[in-house]
Ligand binder design. Structure first.
Ligand code: MG
Length: 276
């Protein structure tokens, strides 16, 4: 029953949606006598064309640096773009555009041979909303305080693992960011959260930020707009960057049209609230 129904819908219509409906129908009609329905009318998810590789910008991304120039950034006069790579200059650069909740991809590489030690080796940083630093540092065989190594939320938490590649090799950061929310009176409604992947390794898992990330005082939240820029730190080291893109994100949208219910044939049964 399952296979026949699936094959019929698949061959008659190549649409993935119909195939999925066929699976649902087949499962409901053969394997189960009862189906759960949540009563939510969902908006169709946006159709995005992914990049040829997962590290390439998908179709809805804003390319912040694609190897050509730093025209998307402010204060980039002292940065050098050469051979498709942006080399850190003598100023922190900041995007002209501002972003809210987002997915950010950044590739960076430490100078080789390695120069300096501790916080002085390949120090830079990705500042979400211009305030919250995900540390960039050459943490390959380079000991420093753990909440200041590569992948740390500076002075708040170390990464869960050190996934650093050797100097000269390219590192990737894939960052998933939920910005803080503030009430009208300026107090905090909900904190910021970050999930980050370093070279394919999960290093921050929905970490709740305590506030901003300065060197010289405790973290604190100070009300700001729902959107902010991305900044890249200049810490005096010629860190290299390439392939930077960002896409704003939002939860799936749906309307609760009716209470959840069970369907069995033509019979629909509301699901009792707080069942004992
Ligand atoms: Mg830094």
């Amino acid at each position: 029953m399952f296979v026949n129904t699936f094959q019929f819908f698949s061959s008659a219509q190549s649409s993935k949606r119909l195939a999925a409906m066929a699976i649902t129908f087949a499962c409901a009609s053969s394997a189960f006598s009862q189906e759960y329905l949540n009563g939510i009318k969902w908006t169709a998810p946006a159709i995005i064309t992914p990049g040829a590789r997962d590290s390439d910008a998908p179709s809805d991304a804003v390319k912040l640096f694609d190897g050509k120039d730093l025209s998307q950034w402010k204060n980039a006069d002292t940065w050098v773009v050469k051979d498709g790579v942006a080399i850190c200059g003598k100023a922190q650069i900041t995007t002209k555009e501002e972003f809210g909740d987002c997915q950010l991809h950044v590739e960076w590489s430490a100078p080789t041979p390695a120069v300096g030690s501790g916080q002085g080796r390949c120090n830079s940083g990705i500042f979400m909303m211009g305030r919250y630093e995900l540390q960039v540092l050459d943490s390959f065989d380079n000991l420093t305080y753990f909440d200041g190594q590569a992948g740390a939320i500076y002075k708040q938490t170390p990464p869960m693992a050190n996934a650093m590649r050797k100097p000269g090799e390219w590192n990737t950061y894939d960052i998933f960011w939920t910005g803080p929310r503030f009430k009208e009176d300026g107090s905090l409604e909900s904190p910021a959260y970050i999930t980050a992947v370093h070279n394919g390794v999960l290093i921050l898992n929905h970490f709740q930020l305590l506030g901003d990330t300065p060197f010289n005082r405790p973290p604190q939240y100070k009300a700001h707009s729902p959107k902010g820029p991305i900044s890249i730190q200049d810490h005096g080291n010629p860190v290299r960057f390439r392939n930077i893109w960002i896409r704003e994100i939002a939860n799936a949208k749906g309307v609760q049209e009716r209470e959840p219910f069970l369907r069995s044939g033509d019979k629909e049964t509301p699901i009792a609230k707080n069942p004992k």
